[in-house]
Design a protein around this ligand. Structure first.
Ligand code: SF4
Length: 112
């Protein structure tokens, strides 16, 4: 899959997505999705209005955020800014885990 295809993930799920900005650094959620696709997972980026449950959010915070390059200084969600949502990759992966399309262990597909 080409890089541009993953922009649909950001466009549909990420509250921080800026169409004209070309990010050199990718968030951990994005990188995990890319790795899963490279390993043969067939994922579609259809929007959903479902809300992630607290358990899934807690689990993904440990699995994704702690090894994300934005964690220390560049993520309002990680900094616990009030009402700041996680990134699009996090939200997308959370829905797939909730729907049992992915397992929690799938988040470990990338080396830290
Ligand atoms: S929510 Fe923030 S820290 Fe967590 S993976 Fe996304 S960008 Fe990184």
């Amino acid at each position: 899959m080409e890089e541009t295809d993953l922009r649909e993930l950001c466009r549909n799920f990420c509250h921080y997505y800026k169409p004209l900005k070309n990010e050199d650094f990718k968030c951990r959620g994005y990188l995990v999705v890319m790795e899963l696709i490279n390993k043969g997972k067939n994922l579609s980026f259809d929007k959903t209005d479902a809300i992630l449950d607290e358990g899934t959010i807690r689990m993904l915070s440990k699995k994704l955020c702690l090894s994300c390059s934005f964690y220390e200084n560049d993520c309002d969600f990680a900094a616990h800014v009030e009402k700041a949502p996680p990134c699009g990759g996090f939200i997308f992966l959370g829905h797939l885990v909730s729907e049992e399309v992915l397992k929690v262990e799938d988040m470990d597909c990338l080396k830290r």
